[in-house]
Ligand binder design. Structure first.
Ligand code: HPA
Length: 248
C-alpha cells in the first residue's frame, strides 16, 4: 500500500493537473460538507506521495464563489495531508507583480461576501476564533521559498493578496481602492480557503501566479484583460511549478 500524502496541492485557473505524477490513485470522497470540486489525484512525485485537486474542477466548471472550500480541504486532510500549497491565479496590482511573476504572499485582505467561511456553522461545532494575524503558515512559506531556490524558480517573497468575490473582474476604481488598502495581488479564491485551512489546523501557503495586470494597473491602463492572455501567462509562468513542488 502507498503511504498517505502529507502534501496537498490545490490547482487554480489554468492548472488542472500536476505534471509528472506517477502511480496515480483517484479518490472521490464525499465529506460531511458535501461534494468536492472534483476527484483528488494522489500520485508519486520524486518518491513522495502528493495529493492534487483542481479547485474549479478538472473542466473548470465551478466558479470561485461556489467552490466548496470546506469539502475540498476536509477531504485532503482526511487523505492524510497536513500541508497545503494553494496555487492561485491572480492579477498584479503593484510593480513587482507583473504578468508571469510567481509570488508567495504573506498577507491578505478578504473582500468576499456570502461564502461559507467557517467550520463553526455545523450544529454542535465548537466556536473557533483562530489566530489569523499571519494568514499563511510562516514555516511552510519558508519551505516554499527554499524549494523555489533549490528548483531554480524565481519567486517573489511576500505581498498582500486581496480576495474579491468575482466571477467578474474588478473595475479600475476597485483596483485603485485595493492598491490604497495595500494589496499587491488580486484573486477570487484566496478566501475563505486560507481561513478554513487555519480552522482545520492545516499548514497552508499560497503560490500566486500572476496572469495579467489587474484593471487599470498596468503600463497601459486601458488594456483589456482577455482569457487567452490569462491562460498563456499562467502556462508560461507555471512551467517551474512541478520542480518547485518536487523540491518541497
Ligand atoms: N482579478 C481577480 N482575479 C484574477 C485576476 C484579476 O485581474 N486575474 C486572475 N485572477
Amino acid at each position: 500500500m502507498n503511504p498517505a500524502p502529507s502534501l496537498a496541492v490545490i490547482g487554480g485557473t489554468g492548472l488542472y493537473a500536476l505534471a509528472d505524477l506517477q502511480d496515480v490513485e483517484t479518490h472521490q470522497p464525499v465529506t460531511r460538507y458535501g461534494a468536492l470540486s472534483g476527484p483528488v489525484r494522489v500520485g508519486t512525485l520524486d518518491g513522495r506521495r502528493v495529493a492534487f485537486l483542481a479547485r474549479h474542477g478538472e473542466g473548470h466548471s465551478v466558479p470561485p464563489h461556489q467552490v466548496n472550500y470546506r469539502a475540498n480541504l476536509a477531504a485532503l486532510q482526511a487523505l492524510g495531508a497536513t500541508r497545503v500549497l494553494a496555487l492561485n491565479t491572480v492579477g498584479g496590482i503593484t510593480e513587482r507583480f507583473a504578468p508571469r511573476v510567481l509570488a508567495c504572499p504573506d498577507q491578505l485582505i478578504d473582500y468576499t461576501w456570502g461564502r461559507v467561511s467557517t467550520l463553526c456553522e455545523e450544529p454542535g461545532t465548537e466556536v473557533l476564533h483562530v489566530d489569523f494575524g499571519d494568514p499563511y503558515t510562516p514555516a511552510l512559506r519558508r519551505r516554499v521559498l527554499e524549494a523555489a531556490q533549490v528548483a531554480g524558480v524565481v519567486l517573489v517573497d511576500g505581498g498582500c493578496y486581496g480576495a474579491t468575490q468575482g466571477p467578474r473582474l474588478e473595475t479600475k476604481a476597485e483596483i485603485a481602492r485595493l492598491r490604497r488598502d495595500g494589496c499587491d495581488l488580486v484573486g477570487m479564491t484566496g478566501m475563505p480557503e486560507a481561513g478554513l485551512a487555519r480552522e482545520l489546523g492545516l499548514e497552508y501557503a499560497c503560490l500566486a501566479i500572476v496572469a495579467n495586470w489587474a484593471a487599470g494597473a498596468g503600463p497601459d491602463p486601458d488594456e483589456a484583460i482577455t482569457l487567452q492572455d490569462v491562460l498563456d501567462n499562467v502556462a508560461a509562468a507555471s512551467s517551474g511549478v512541478p520542480a518547485l513542488v518536487s523540491a518541497l
